[in-house]
Every structure is written in C-alpha cells, then in structure tokens.
Design a binder for this molecule. Structure first.
Ligand SMILES: Cc1ncc(C[n+]2csc(CCOP(=O)(O)OP(=O)(O)O)c2C)c(N)n1
Ligand code: SF4
Ligand SMILES: [Mg+2]
Length: 318
C-alpha cells in the first residue's frame, strides 16, 4: 500500500511508481491509460477509485486479473460518481464516530467515466453528487464517442464526426449537434474546481489534478482522450493528435474556480487551423469533399468564437 503523505511535486511525479499497471487490454495508443496513470501518479495519498463501464473498466479488470494497484470499485455504466460519493460519506461517518482504524490516513476519492457515462447516461448521478457536495473528484475520459460498444455518438460527439449512429455518407456529413459544454454545466453546479486537460500537456494536467484533489468539495476534470480506433489514426500518433486538439483550440485548456473565475492555462504560440486537426483523423475525412467545405468553415468560426468568449470571461473576472 502506498504511504499517505503530501501530494507529489513534478519531479517526484515523473519518477514515482505506477498504481495503474501497463498490463491491460486497452488498444495500443489508447489515451485512457495515459490519463489514468497521470491521475494516479499525481498524488501519494491513498485512493478510493471507481470506474463506470466503458473501455477503461472492460479492459483493465478481466477476472481474475486487475491493472489497478489501489482500492477500485467497478460499478454500473451510470453511477461511478455515486459509488465514490457513497464511499466518501461512509468515510466521514466512520471518522465522526471515531471508528477509523488508521485515522492518520486520509484517502482521496476519484471516479472515472467515459463521455457516454458522464455527459449522457450517468449525468444525473454526477449532478446529484456535486449538488450534495461530496469531497471527491470526477474525471471524464472524453473520447467523444461510445467506444466500447462500437462507436455510437454521444452528446460529446462534435459536429461532422462520423459515428456508427451518425454515419457520414452520400448526403450526411455525420454528427449534426454541437458538443455539449460539460465544463460550463459543472461550473454552474458551483463546483470549487473545474478544469479541462490534455495528456499531451502533462505538467498542466498534473497541476490541475493536484489542485482538484486538494480542493475540498466536488471537483471535475474533463480530459481529451484521443481514441485510435474510433477517431481513426495510427496508435503512435495519440499524443500528436492531443497536441493538435489543444494547438488548434478545438480543446482549449482552462479552469474555472468556484463556478465563475476562469483562467486560460495554455495559450498556443502558433495556433494551427482547425482543419489540420480534423484532417489528421479518419472520422472527419468526408468533410474534405467539396460539398462539405461549409462545415469546415463553420468549425473554424465556432472555435474562434469560443476562444474569444473564454478570453473575455478571463478578462472580465466575473
Ligand atoms: C445502463 C447501461 N447502458 C448501456 C450499457 C452498455 N455499455 C457499456 S460500455 C458502453 C459505452 C461506453 O462509452 P463511454 O462512457 O463513452 O466510454 P468509452 O468506452 O468510450 O471509454 C455502453 C453503451 C451498460 N453497460 N449499461
Ligand atoms: S476503442 Fe478507443 S477508448 Fe477504447 S481501448 Fe481502443 S483506443 Fe481506447
Ligand atoms: Mg467515450
């Protein structure tokens, strides 16, 4: 068992032992495992974890094996937040009654869920846990699709992506709805800390995870998780794709404190055109046909507008 002591600094982080083993059945190049390892490595504290059904759970706990070297609860697709919130409530009750066997060990409570489990099917359980104010962190592994069941669209799937339930074809350019803004929704719950991260910017990511873990109350992390299978790129390009996502500002890196104070935490020196990000993935390849040029143009306008909004909110400090 890992000793319970102060959160690691960056140097310690980069040299510490893993609590999430490399032995798992995730696709080669899957960003889920990179993100999970970074979350677990960002602290020395004891961890009570849960994972919703999805690629992460299915590929890391194939009976009788486990990739997790920490207390880990597999729970239904919809209620990873509830499982960890329940464990946190039990911990508090035992503490109040002086019944903790090792009161000096103070664990952190973290739930992991995919975008399908979080943006859609488990949303009300996340909302409930945040409204009740449990001391926990919720991490979304956001690959913008129900990957584990064959690539169906979720409310996180962006416009123009081809998914199995919003396929691109002769007349359709794929997904028609805009990606749900979970950052805004979770900030509106009054969460003390909400942040968006990318595994390609690991220092930024680790700082945010450490802040989320050390902030009292329910905190939220949305992590872009490039999916080699459903986004259709070569496994060795995972981090390059994550970099394109943040450098094109499709996936801007920022945090929102106490529901309102917004900080942009990474400003690309050279912002790349959105179409470079889209062109690198098979799920968008149909958008490069002449008849869908307007979709590409609209993408750039949308991203520019969102970036302006974020900057205005940061400046306004409201
Ligand atoms: C209530 C319920 N509905 C549907 C399923 C089937 N199911 C299991 S995993 C999954 C997809 C998970 O998608 P997501 O949460 O985005 O995680 P990913 O696999 O993409 O990491 C679905 C639909 C289920 N297990 N339980
Ligand atoms: S399908 Fe995507 S999310 Fe699932 S294991 Fe493969 S790369 Fe990871
Ligand atoms: Mg998903």
């Amino acid at each position: 068992m890992v000793e319970n002591k102060k959160t690691k600094n960056l140097k310690e982080f980069s040299t510490s032992a893993d609590r999430f083993e490399g032995a798992n059945l995730l696709c080669p190049g899957c960003a889920h495992s990179i993100i999970v390892r970074e979350v677990l490595n960002a602290t020395n504290d004891d961890l009570i974890l849960s994972a919703a059904t999805g690629c992460l759970e299915v590929c890391t706990a194939v009976y009788p094996y486990t990739s997790w070297d920490a207390s880990w609860i597999h729970i239904g697709f919809e209620n990873a937040a509830t499982a960890v919130a329940g464990a946190e409530a039990m911990y508090k009750a035992l503490k109040r009654k002086n019944r903790l066997l090792q009161p000096e060990r103070v664990p952190k409570f973290v739930a992991f869920g995919g975008d399908g489990a979080s943006y859609d099917i488990g949303f009300q359980w996340i909302s409930g846990a945040f409204e009740r104010g449990h001391d926990m962190m919720y991490v979304v592994l956001d690959n913008e699709v129900y990957a584990n069941t064959g690539g169906q669209r979720s409310s996180s799937t962006p416009i123009g992506a081809s998914a199995t339930t919003s396929p691109a074809g002769r007349v359709s350019y794929g997904e028609k709805k805009e990606k749900k803004d979970m950052m805004a929704i979770m900030a509106a719950h009054g969460s003390p800390y909400v942040a968006q991260v990318s595994p390609s910017k690991w220092k930024d990511m680790v700082k945010k995870i450490q802040r989320g873990l050390n902030t009292e109350g329910p905190t939220f992390i949305n992590a872009v998780s490039a999916c080699t299978t459903e986004w259709k790129f070569a496994p060795e390009d995972t981090i390059a794709i994550a970099d394109l996502a943040v450098d094109s500002l499709v996936f801007p890196l920022y945090e929102i404190i106490d529901g309102h104070e917004l900080n942009i935490t990474y400003r690309p020196k050279n912002v790349i055109p959105v179409k470079e990000y889209l062109a690198a993935q098979g799920r968008f390849k149909h958008l490069f046909k002449p008849e869908f040029k307007h979709i590409l143009d609209e993408w750039q306008v949308r991203v520019d507008k969102k970036w302006e909004q974020l900057q205005r909110r940061e400046e306004a400090r409201i």
